[in-house]
Ligand binder design. Structure first.
Ligand SMILES: [Zn+2]
Length: 202
């Protein structure tokens, strides 16, 4: 077994011992909200947003982007599991700002091994064949952090499968302080839309 595997299984054994009555938690998230955020190892949504098991849905991907798959999860979260308020939380110093689609496509075209970054940019040091498959992936990189939060909130707000009644809040998590900083233009974009009046008989 790898050392990491040992450590994970040992930690889990401890968790099981302290599990208490969490086995009786219901499937539906108790506090009825969902967070879409980045997979960055420095972010712990349970801690930065005060979550316990059973409280909320947390959907994570590289960048915390509103990808089709993230929206799939959010729609299930609302439609079948009853959340009624959503957060999009990106963060400072995000790795997604360190490359572009063009860069990662070029790197993967050369080698599948881990690349390194130095003052001249990304370099492939790995051996072996790469793949051109990377050109078919939208890597959802971004330059402007606040803008990426706004764009993602707006995409969710305007998605045909997302009801107008769910508020979507936009925030940036500061990795230096742990603070959540609102992106006002994102939250504005994510406001509940006034329900259109349906005219009976038309
Ligand atoms: Zn990130």
């Amino acid at each position: 077994m790898s050392q990491i595997l040992d450590e994970v299984l040992a930690a889990n054994q401890q968790y099981v011992q302290d599990f208490g009555d969490k086995g009786s938690l219901p499937l539906l998230p108790g506090r009825r909200f969902a967070i879409l955020t980045c997979m960055d190892a420095r972010l712990d949504p349970a801690k930065y947003a005060g979550l316990a098991e059973g409280d909320a849905h947390v959907i994570r991907n590289a960048g915390g982007r509103a990808s089709d798959d993230a929206i799939r999860s959010l729609v299930i979260s609302y439609k079948l599991l009853g959340t009624r308020e959503w957060f999009v939380i990106h963060h400072t110093d995000c790795g997604m700002q360190l490359f572009t689609d063009e860069i990662i496509r070029g790197l993967l075209n050369q080698s599948l091994e881990t690349a390194v970054i130095d003052e001249t940019g990304w370099q492939d040091i790995g051996q072996g064949l790469g793949s051109a498959e990377a050109q078919f992936v939208d890597w959802l990189t971004f330059r402007d952090l606040a803008e990426s939060v706004r764009v993602d909130v707006q995409r969710i707000r305007n998605h045909p499968l997302v009801p107008a009644t769910i508020p979507v809040h936009g925030f940036i998590y500061d990795v230096k302080t742990g603070q959540l900083i609102e992106v006002p233009e994102a939250t504005e974009a994510g406001k509940v839309k006034v329900a259109a009046t349906r005219v009976v008989g038309k």
